[in-house]
Design a protein around this ligand. Structure first.
Ligand SMILES: *[C@@H]1O[C@H](CO)[C@@H](O)[C@H](O)[C@H]1NC(C)=O
Ligand SMILES: *[C@@H]1O[C@H](CO)[C@@H](O)[C@H](O)[C@H]1NC(C)=O
Ligand SMILES: *[C@@H]1O[C@H](CO)[C@@H](O)[C@H](O)[C@H]1NC(C)=O
Ligand SMILES: *[C@@H]1O[C@H](CO)[C@@H](O)[C@H](O)[C@H]1NC(C)=O
Length: 301
């Protein structure tokens, strides 16, 4: 598909999203329905598979909490790669990350039925329940409904050592978002006490309107503690706001210089988009290790 026709397509999809009230073009903020284990079919199981793609690269931001407080253990919990988590977050594989810090984790995201998710295995320990798993370990980045829906066991008294499949929340950009330059979405879990959408957007260097819109929230909203918020990440932010995110916009290792950033960081959703983020939340390396990472973190649209 050439650039012109893809532009026409995305414009058409954009208009469709804009006029159609019935089509959910963005995701709806799930709030604490993620912890609702009741037997009620109207509770959402996750994010609707409504994006341009059926699968994509995606990100999570989990809070470091023992025993999941090193890149290795977090990779194990979430089905990711420790070495990439280490690089993104400027730590070593076995380093303890201070409790409560947000850790960015890359995952792959796909549609299962009409829900986006990233499935990862979990071995049950004594006294685990679906509610506890969602709350304590996955911090609202899975839903009790989807855990119940795709596992054999009832939600309490799960046998020790049983193997579960945990559907981790994720989503791919919608047509409207792609038309706006969004290359991927990050599922963020709010800190204890809740957070303003504004401050989450600011921490990631993303426009507050875009974050509110991505979750169908009014501006100035507050989100509850340990509930998920989708943060839309834009490829063109690499040019506009290099201090908020670290972006390498080329798959060659010469990507660090400004000219190649200009060359590859075009606002075109029709191209390959290697994008790297590190600078959020004050714990990511802006200068060193991030440069080694671009080969791993990029998007082939
Ligand atoms: C989230 O849920 C709480 C209570 O369940 C409710 O008071 C609050 O308004 C909801 N927030 C949003 C943004 O929908
Ligand atoms: C982490 O957050 C929890 C909940 O707010 C708090 O009780 C705890 O003291 C925090 N731990 C650290 C090390 O900041
Ligand atoms: C957002 O919230 C702040 C503080 O709660 C308030 O001062 C401000 O007027 C609000 N802005 C809008 C646009 O509602
Ligand atoms: C990355 O980690 C190293 C070693 O811990 C530290 O010296 C450096 O300041 C960190 N960089 C950033 C940007 O935090």
């Amino acid at each position: 598909m050439d650039v012109a026709s893809s532009h026409i397509l995305s414009t058409a999809l954009f208009l469709l999203c804009a006029v159609s009230q019935s089509v959910h073009c963005q995701q709806v903020y799930l709030n604490d329905t993620v912890y609702d284990c009741s037997d009620n079919p109207s509770i959402p199981k996750g994010y609707l598979c409504n994006g341009l793609q059926k699968s994509c690269r995606s990100f999570l931001a989990l809070r470091s909490k023992p025993p999941y407080d090193t890149p290795l253990s977090i990779a194990y919990l979430l089905g990711s790669e420790a070495s990439i988590i280490s690089s993104i977050n400027n730590v070593s594989d076995n380093d303890k990350i201070p409790t409560n810090k947000s850790v960015v984790v890359p995952i792959s995201c796909s549609c299962y039925g009409n829900i986006y998710q990233h499935n990862t295995p979990y071995t049950v320990r004594k006294a685990d329940t679906y509610y506890q798993l969602a709350k304590r370990y996955y911090q609202g980045l899975t839903t009790c409904q989807s855990l119940m829906g795709q596992n054999y066991y009832a939600s309490v008294d799960i046998p020790v050592a049983a193997q579960l499949s945990v559907p981790v929340l994720c989503a791919c950009p919608t047509a409207e978002q792609a038309a706006d330059g969004v290359t991927s979405l990050l599922a963020y879990t709010a800190a204890d006490g809740g957070e303003r959408v504004h401050s989450v957007a600011k921490a990631f260097g993303v426009d507050e309107n875009a974050v509110a819109n991505a979750n169908k929230l009014p501006l100035n909203s507050t989100i509850a503690a340990f509930t998920p918020l989708l943060v839309p990440l834009k490829g063109n932010t690499c040019k506009q706001d290099p201090n908020s995110f670290f972006c390498t916009c080329s798959s060659s290792s010469a990507a660090a210089d400004a000219s190649s950033v200009d060359l590859y960081c075009q606002d075109s959703h029709d191209q390959k988009f290697p994008v790297k983020l590190v600078a959020s939340l004050g714990m990511f390396d802006k200068h060193d290790k991030a440069l080694n990472l671009h080969a791993h973190i990029y998007y082939q649209e």
